[in-house]
Design a protein around this ligand. Structure first.
Ligand code: BMP
Length: 250
């Protein structure tokens, strides 16, 4: 983030490998992180991963596969390491729901820690009516605190610092990243329950670190226009970074 002066992560939710790679090559210079849903690509083969890794080196960004694991430890270890996508072999970061309890982190860590991967826990979701509130969010934060060798942060809508802490917990050196999806400058939501807030609200008012933006940058994927994608990436990058600079200088 510091090196590239950006706290923008672009979520590349398109179904054709060509569009997926074209968007990444276009936004690459402006992001710290590319977020993928690899299982929505219709013409997937292993060359997509080779090219994604080349782009990650070319533009200096990390790769975050938004897999949202949600099963028992043994199953998620297999889903993370094996199958068609072999996520652990290429995604620097992935994420998991806290709903199965600490065993999900144990299962994923058995694969991810030896590969020096990082895990993000979903502590809050951006969708309307999300059940990720109150004691669920607190327990997700406690799960992260118990595995700081692997859990590096949260998907959330607010800073998590003191949430779920008990008296006597030493939080002085705690520095979890907070990645916030549901960010848009032009819309307040979509027709399926997504809710958007501005970078300013998310980063400055709520203390999140990274903004995750999908459709706000590439619009509707069947009308891909790389010039507009680049323009929007620059726009979100400045809005996110300005809010971040304001927050850290407060
Ligand atoms: P968009 O900006 O187009 O609404 O995309 C948001 C992205 O972030 C999607 O890939 C979605 O799966 C993800 N996401 C989210 O919107 N809310 C959450 O709480 C967690 C997510 O991972």
């Amino acid at each position: 983030m510091e090196r590239k002066q950006t706290n923008l992560s672009v979520s590349v939710d398109v179904t054709k490998a060509k569009d997926f790679l074209a968007i990444i090559d276009t936004v690459g210079p402006f992001v710290c992180l590319i977020k993928t849903h690899i299982d929505i690509i219709e013409d997937f083969d292993s060359t997509v991963i080779d090219r994604l890794q080349e782009l990650s080196k070319k533009h200096d960004f990390l790769i975050f596969e938004d897999r949202k694991f949600a099963d028992i430890g043994n199953t998620v270890a297999l889903q993370y390491s094996s199958g068609v996508y072999k996520i652990a072999s290429w995604a620097h970061i992935t994420n998991a729901h806290a709903v199965p309890g600490p065993s999900i982190v144990t299962g994923l860590a058995s694969i991810g820690v030896p590969l020096q991967r990082g895990l993000i826990l979903l502590a809050e979701m951006s969708s309307k009516g999300a059940l990720t509130t109150g004691s669920y969010t607190e327990d997700a934060v406690r799960m992260a605190r118990a595995r700081r060798d692997f859990v590096i942060g949260f998907i959330a809508q607010h800073r998590m610092e003191t949430i779920g802490a008990s008296e006597g917990d030493d939080l002085a050196d705690e520095d979890f990243l907070v990645l916030a999806p549901g960010v848009g400058l032009d819309a307040k939501g979509d027709a399926m329950g997504q809710q958007y807030r501005t970078p300013e609200e998310v980063v400055l008012a709520c203390g999140c670190d990274i903004i995750i933006v999908g459709r706000g940058i590439y619009g509707k994927s069947d009308q891909l226009n790389t010039e507009s994608v680049e323009e929007q990436a620059k726009r979100y990058r400045s809005a996110g970074w300005d809010a971040y600079k304001k927050r850290v200088s407060l």
